[in-house]
Structures are given as C-alpha cells and as structure tokens.
Ligand binder design. Structure first.
Ligand SMILES: [Zn+2]
Length: 76
C-alpha cells in the first residue's frame, strides 16, 4: 500500500471557509476559533468533530479502493 496522508482541514461552521490557525498554535477543547472570512467564532470541539468525521469517511473510501485493487489483482 502506498503512503498517503489525509488532509483534514478545519472548516468554518458558518461559511465553510478553511480555518487557519496561527502556525504553532494548538487548540484545546473549548477554544473558540475566529474565522478569518466571516469573523464568527467556531467552537473547536464541533469543528474538530466534523473534521474527524470527514477524515474517517475519506480514509474508509480510500481503504475500500485499495482493497478492490488488491482483489482485482488476485482474481485476474
Ligand atoms: Zn466563516
């Protein structure tokens, strides 16, 4: 299996823009992240939960494709 990393980006709950954190800054549970686009405050826990859900879906999809590829090789 080739190496592939999944980009999981945090997105604004209000306008769907990517949330950019100050580099080096780590968020903690309960933090509010201000969106640079709409200036709404996003609850870090909610944003993270959505990002994890999205990342999990992507990883599942990727694993499924890899599995299909190996199965096809097996049965050619
Ligand atoms: Zn926003």
């Amino acid at each position: 299996m080739e190496d592939k990393s999944f980009e999981i980006s945090l997105k604004c709950l209000f306008c769907d823009s990517p949330l950019k954190a100050d580099s080096e800054k780590e968020f903690d549970s309960g933090d509010l992240i201000e969106c640079i686009e709409c200036h709404e405050l996003n609850d870090y826990d909610s944003v993270k939960e959505i990002a994890i859900e999205y990342g999990t879906a992507q990883a599942t999809e990727y694993a499924k494709k890899e599995l299909e590829k190996s199965l096809k090789k097996l049965f050619k």
